[in-house]
Design a protein around this ligand. Sequence first.
Ligand SMILES: NC(=O)C1=CN([C@@H]2O[C@H](COP(=O)(O)OP(=O)(O)OC[C@H]3O[C@@H](n4cnc5c(N)ncnc54)[C@H](O)[C@@H]3O)[C@@H](O)[C@H]2O)C=CC1
Ligand SMILES: CC(=O)C(=O)O
Length: 373
Amino acid sequence: MKVGCVKEIKNKEFRVGMTPDNVKSYVSAGHEVYIEKNAGEGSGFTDSEYEAAGARMIETAKEVWDTVEMMIKVKEPLPEEYSLFHEGLILYTYLHLAADKPQTDALLGGKVKGVAYETLFDPKNGGLPLLAPMSQIAGRLSIQEGAKYLEKTFGGEGVLLAGVPGTPKANVVILGGGNVGTNACKIAVGMGANVTIMDISLSRLAYLDDIFGARIQTLVSTDANIEKAVKEADLVVGAVLIPGKAAPKIFKKKYLKEMKPGAVFVDVAVDQGGCGETTRVTYHDDPIFIEDGIVHYCVGNMPGAVPRTSTIALTNATLNYGLQIAGKGLERACAENEVIYSAINTYDGKLTCKNVADSFDCYEYTDIREICK
Ligand SMILES: NC(=O)C1=CN([C@@H]2O[C@H](COP(=O)(O)OP(=O)(O)OC[C@H]3O[C@@H](n4cnc5c(N)ncnc54)[C@H](O)[C@@H]3O)[C@@H](O)[C@H]2O)C=CC1
Ligand SMILES: CC(=O)C(=O)O
């Protein structure tokens, strides 16, 4: 198959969909690989490394889009890229459609086979194996960024997470105890903060209680518990997910006025629309805004800040499923490994992810198994 990769065009996005080592794997499997010149620059991969691995380096993104049967990216396509879609193209990337109707319309209209990293569910491989590595990174970064924006000169209340002997430690409240939440917890505990983590899953809370023991407080995520906890919080991390769906708005606007002025809210779940009523998307070059005295950090591509680590971590996970899809074609890859069905969000003009369809009122859901054969 002809597979390829273009330079990401999202604001301050430096990750890339394929490394030179990935290229070697695709070429060894008999595929032709097309890479846009300078695509790997932001992650520290040079054109000559891609060429040595067997890639054909292409001058423009348009030529790559026009040539390939399978495009391997990191972020969702942006409006400037919609006109480059062609019928039957396999687009293997993060899509986050529940937060993006224009993109959903473009993929359906272009009859693109949209294979979304974030909904691929593989119970034998950790649940959401193509989301997990970026969630690990974003979870860890959420505390690093939160600590920075708690500094007075960055607009925060002027509190050090760990405190020092004789002063109170900061209170960190984490909403959602999955991959982002667990990694945020690890760093916050490591930095010496008081950590409270909430989830709707009791079994997840039991797991967190087992691994962190007395160093954290676990609570069921209810409106009452959230309202009580955030009043005392210095840093709140939004880390909830219902795969494919728009995030539930559990961090309410009315809480802001009851919180400490200068407290920070890092909404990692912003890529699924955000779990804060006051969340709006921000970018790395202007990552915060202040509403009702609370600093909001809502960057939808947090791992893009550490692209070398993130590209390697992401492609470690995407390579194996990507090789299955390229090697067998999407249809046979699904038939032989049924977990891949769960990643297909759009196919032949139909919306095939139930949770995405449920997040909108306007699309009919089609069962992918009925049409992808
Ligand atoms: N902004 C960014 O750069 C990045 C954003 N993300 C996003 O972070 C979010 C979380 O991802 P993961 O941790 O990997 O998901 P996950 O599936 O591992 O964990 C989500 C957790 O949220 C819990 N949850 C669901 N509803 C809840 C509620 N009402 N209250 C409390 N907990 C609730 C679930 O039970 C689950 O344990 C996703 O939207 C993901 O796309 C991930 C990586 C990078
Ligand atoms: C998960 C995601 O959207 C990201 O890593 O940018």
